[in-house]
Design a protein around this ligand. Sequence first.
Ligand code: APR
Length: 235
Amino acid sequence: MKPKLVVFTGAGISAESGIKTFRDSGGLWEEYDINDVATPQAWDRNKELVLDFYNKRRKQVLESQPNDAHFALVELESKYDVHIITQNIDDLHERAGSKKVLHLHGEIIKSRSTVDPSLIYKIKGSEIKLGEKCEKGSQLRPHIVWFGEMVPQMETAYIIAEKADIFIVVGTSMAVYPAAGLIDYIPNDIPKYLVDPSDVKVNGVSNLKIIKEKASSGLSKLAKELMGEKTSKAL
Ligand code: APR
C-alpha cells in the first residue's frame, strides 16, 4: 500500500495561476467586506450583490490554469496515496489531474438549491442569475460555505488527516477555523511541511519543516525530495 500523503491547501497555491488570495496585501478582503458578500445575512439582504461577487470569482477561475504547484501534487500520486483537502473553491487541483480532492469551503463551479442542500448542480457558463431556480423552485445560490455556516466536510477531513503518514500545508494564512485546526489532528510523530512565502503562525506543531517559498518552487522541490530524487538546492 502506498503511504498516505495529506495536503492541506489554501488560496496561496492558486496565486501563481492569477487567482487573488484573501488576506495578502491587495487581497480580496481588502476590496470587499466579508459581511457584504460572504455571509447568509449578506444573501438575505442583497442576493444580486452576492451573486455578482461569485460570478466574478467564477469568471476568473474559468480563465485560469493550474500551475506547477498543482502539477507537483499530481506527480506525487505515483508514489503516494495523495489526499488533497483544500479550502479553495476553484477546481485547479482537479484540472491538474489530482484524483482525491475534498473541498472544505465549497466549489465555485457549482450551484445549490436554497431549500434542499442535497440539490447541487454544475453551472453552465459562468453565471448564476437572479431568478434561476432549482427543480423545487427555489433561487439557486453558489455552492460555497459562507462565514457563519457549518463546514459539512470537516468530519471527513479529520478522518483523512488522522491517518496521514506525511502532511503538507501550502499557501494558507491558517486564519479561518475550523479548517485551520486540521493540523492539530495530525499525530506528533508524523513529518509535516509548510510551504508559504510568508511567516505563517503555527504554534505547538511538532516535526514541522518550514519551506519559505512560493508554492510552485517550494512544492516542486519538496515533491522531488519525497519522490526520492536529489534536489539541486537544499530545502
Ligand atoms: N505560494 C504559496 N503561498 C502563497 C503565495 C504563493 N505564490 N502567495 C501568497 N501565499 C500565501 C500567503 O502568504 C498567505 O499565507 O497564501 C496565504 C493566503 O492566505 P489567505 O488569503 O488568508 O487564504 P486562505 O488561508 O486560503 O483563506 C482561508 O478564508 O476567506 C476565506 O473561505 C476563504 O478559504 C478561504 C479562507
